[in-house]
Design a binder for this molecule. Structure first.
Ligand SMILES: Cc1cc2nc3c(=O)[nH]c(=O)nc-3n(C[C@H](O)[C@H](O)[C@H](O)COP(=O)(O)OP(=O)(O)OC[C@H]3O[C@@H](n4cnc5c(N)ncnc54)[C@H](O)[C@@H]3O)c2cc1C
Length: 493
């Protein structure tokens, strides 16, 4: 007999779990707070422009292949590989550094600042590669049921990697490279984990291996929102319904079996099994009222940086910009160590820019571009007030215009700003934290909120704040891990 599963949230984690379970014969229904699917992998359409709201690229593209293969459907997405993987503009230097996957080409790019780059980067990446392959299947892609299980998993990781547990990514880079710029460029991956290289453990140097050597970076033909749209199409074909504008606020009947969730209108939603795609820590606190996840305790956890995002529709073609661009100042250390824990907006912000119309002409009217700007900022624990949003956006737009020699202000046809408050309100991101719980060693693996509920035997979690962590491919892995548990513990007989 089939079993009914209710998924709370239609982010990539919720959608992928729904697809996996519906393809194994479960009857699945989804409730979603927002008016359309995707969560952070969402889309904004305005004034003739189409913007991806959050993610603009991903690594480990094979995790998407695994998802569709598991569900026995053809991968409907077409991926573009990015090469150069990104470009980095430093203050005062007009030309960016292009980060090529071809290390010989990259060595030429860096020859003035790091003359001995090639052997150094090869040594650095060899260590990162070993670490990635020694942990991918043993730690990252596994469910752990208890401390012993986790300890056993960790004990299979060769001891040679242990020193990387005890130093920061920044100091690891210092062991391999002399140039400040090269260290800064390679440390930018720490921001993908939502933190700075000074508070990110050196183990995450494995991300440099994933970007430069392993699978690289990819985006999707037609825009990133195609991922959401195509998965939703597959779900519709399997009769999975998504109920939008429906926010779960309470639980019903707290025994050791969850009996239902109640939405904002008081409607009761019931199923045999429940999967929560809302933030796995915040939901336990706010909806399940678990004392271990009270606001006070949640505030003490380490959260990733919050996004301040700008969506600009601009008249004209911007030749100076590439797919994936970082604009940095000249005070990286000072900026990274101070700016994320203050209530003041940065005077000279560091930011990331993506122009998806360069790949997908249909995202902007003829002769125009769509610009997405992401500036990492403090979450709402540190900066609750965003009355200065317009001012910060103007500072960033003026700086970008100056650096690419283009009058963005006069040519702006469409402008939307999302502050951490908007991100929190739209998708229930805790205090506006963009990527969920941080990935320090005390908040990963068995120490991250589990994908299996502590009390209710029929409640599971998927997404960025449960295992293994944040980012699109990792959330797809999360859906695999949650599904594995459900298939084992609530099999259809
Ligand atoms: C600005 C930005 C840029 C990013 N860029 C990248 C990138 O380039 N590459 C990359 O790999 N990753 C990127 N990320 C991270 C990536 O977006 C996330 O890791 C991933 O999308 C998280 O998916 P999820 O399924 O865990 O959660 P979400 O996408 O947050 O989905 C959760 C869903 O649950 C809904 N929900 C929450 N609470 C309730 C409730 N109580 N009732 C009903 N529904 C509820 C929410 O509305 C939401 O739709 C970015 C994130 C941000 C914010």
């Amino acid at each position: 007999m089939s079993k009914k599963v209710l998924v709370v949230g239609s982010g990539l984690g919720g959608l992928a779990t729904a697809l996996r379970l519906s393809s194994k014969g479960y009857e699945v229904e989804i409730v979603e707070k927002y008016h359309q699917p995707g969560g952070r992998l969402n889309q904004l359409q305005k004034d003739g422009f189409t913007f991806d709201m959050g993610p603009s690229f991903f690594s480990m593209s094979y995790e998407f292949d695994e998802l569709f293969k598991f569900c026995e459907v053809e991968n409907p997405l077409r991926f573009n590989e990015l090469d150069p993987v990104y470009s980095v503009f430093f203050e005062g230097k007009k030309e960016p550094y292009y980060i090529y996957k071809d290390l010989v080409k990259l060595a030429k790019e860096f020859q003035e600042m790091e003359p001995n780059f090639l052997p150094r980067v090869k040594g650095y990446l060899a260590q990162a590669k070993a670490l990635f392959h020694d942990t991918e299947n043993r730690v990252i892609k596994r469910n752990f049921d208890n401390w012993i299980d986790y300890g056993l998993g960790m004990s299979k990781v060769p001891l040679k990697h242990t020193p990387k547990l005890f130093r920061s990514m920044w100091s690891e880079l210092g062991n391999h490279f002399e140039s400040e710029q090269v260290k800064i460029i390679f440390s930018l991956v720490a921001f993908f984990l939502g933190a700075t290289p000074f508070d990110t453990p050196a183990v995450y140097s494995l991300l440099n291996y994933t970007e430069l050597e392993h699978d690289g970076y990819w985006n999707v033909k037609g825009g990133m929102y195609k991922i959401t749209e195509e998965v939703v199409k597959l779900l519709e074909a399997k009769n999975v319904r998504i109920h939008f504008n429906t926010e779960i606020k309470e639980v019903r009947n707290q025994s050791n079996k969850l009996e239902g969730f109640v939405d904002q209108h008081g409607k009761l939603w019931t199923a045999d099994v429940y999967v929560v795609n809302s933030d796995a820590a915040a939901f336990r606190g706010k909806v399940l009222n678990r004392p271990r996840y009270s606001e006070k305790k949640l505030d003490k956890k380490d959260w990733t940086l919050a996004p301040f995002t700008i969506y600009l529709g601009v008249k004209g073609k911007l030749d100076g910009l590439h797919h994936h661009n970082y604009f940095l100042g000249n005070n990286f250390k000072e900026y990274s160590s101070k700016i994320f824990k203050t209530s003041v907006s940065p005077e000279k912000p560091y930011y990331y820019v993506n122009v998806s119309s360069k790949y997908n002409a249909e995202c902007a009217p003829d002769g125009c571009e769509n610009i997405f700007i992401l500036c990492p900022v403090p979450d709402r624990r540190y900066k609750p007030d965003w009355n200065d949003a317009e001012e910060l956006a103007d500072t960033i737009i003026a700086d970008l215009g100056k650096r690419i020699d283009y009058d963005l202000k006069t040519n702006t046809l469409s402008k939307t700003i999302l502050t951490p408050i908007d991100w929190e309100e739209k998708f229930n991101l805790y205090k506006g934290s963009g990527l969920g719980l941080a990935h320090g060693l005390n908040q990963v693996g068995y120490m991250r909120p589990s994908n299996k509920d502590e009390d209710f035997g029929n409640l599971y979690y998927v997404g960025a704040s449960t295992v293994p962590g944040t980012g699109l491919p990792i959330v797809v892995i999360s859906s695999k891990l949650a599904t594995e548990r459900i298939l084992n513990e609530h099999a259809i007989v």
